[in-house]
Design a protein. Structure first.
Length: 262
């Protein structure tokens, strides 16, 4: 059971108890009688659960980064906030969009339900929009035939692996973000899963070329050689989108990481 569904069920149960007590039980109790414990707890927790449910469903939701696929932008253990309304207002649990507000843009760091298993939440960077032709060959990213601008930065030091890796500043519409590569790792994809619209992609020893279908997005990790992403399991449909990550609010291993990111 997803946490959103659990929270919704808890909200419904405590709300029904509150209504039942207000319009029925209260009139049956003697004036000096105490509320049953289950009524007292439900009435106390209902407004708190309601506020949490509304905030989490329509405004912001916290997530924790479990893997290194978005290094150097996001590290393992980062606690982040995700904007839930920037890409449209969606109904909780079923995630159906009811109000159009905006759409993902290239360069956004997006949280979404993993297409092969929607019970899992993934986070990657949007690189391809509907209709885009995305090429990743010899570790060079190109969109619609134009290489994405990037410039070399000082090497990235991985504390976990005790190694240095080439680091680049990649740019979408003038907004930079950092990526890292591994010299020894080949640029092609060795294992590809079956996925919807797989006919839109072509693979060879140089890499992959995909045309993004309508209503879908192509995403990649900033840790390009250590990321399972659209190159492997395909496109992210619009109905799987959760929101845009925009803020790091805690990392217990590195307290100085508090703040925004790109």
């Amino acid at each position: 059971m997803s946490f959103a569904l659990f929270l919704l069920l808890l909200l419904v149960v405590t709300g029904l108890v509150w209504l039942f007590d207000k319009y029925f039980l209260r009139n049956k109790r003697p004036k000096d009688a105490k509320q049953p414990w289950w009524v007292e707890y439900s009435i106390s927790f209902f407004p708190v659960i309601l506020i949490v449910f509304l905030l989490r469903s329509f405004l912001v939701e916290p997530f924790k980064i479990p893997s290194g696929s978005m290094i150097p932008t996001l590290l393992i253990g980062d606690f982040i906030l995700v904007n839930k309304y920037g890409y449209g207002v969606r109904l909780p649990v079923i995630n159906a969009k009811i109000v159009e507000i905006g759409n993902p843009r290239r360069g956004d760091v997006m949280v979404f339900r993993f297409p092969p298993d929607p019970s899992l939440d993934y986070i990657k960077r949007v690189v391809g929009l509907p209709g885009d032709r995305v090429e990743y060959r010899d570790k060079i990213l190109a969109i619609n035939g134009k290489p994405v601008p990037r410039r070399l930065l000082p090497d990235y030091e991985s504390r976990e692996r005790l190694q240095f890796f080439p680091r680049f500043a990649e740019s979408f519409d003038g907004a930079d973000h950092e990526i890292i590569l591994e010299k020894e790792t080949p640029g092609f994809v060795s294992r590809v899963a079956e996925f919807s619209h797989s006919a839109n992609c072509g693979y060879n020893n140089g890499g992959v070329t995909c045309t993004v279908p309508a209503g879908h997005y192509f995403v990649m990790g900033d840790n390009r050689d250590n990321s399972s992403d659209s190159r492997v399991w395909g496109f992210v449909p619009d109905e799987n989108i959760v929101g845009k990550a925009f803020f790091i609010w805690l990392n217990l291993n590195e307290l100085g990481r508090f703040g925004s990111f790109r």
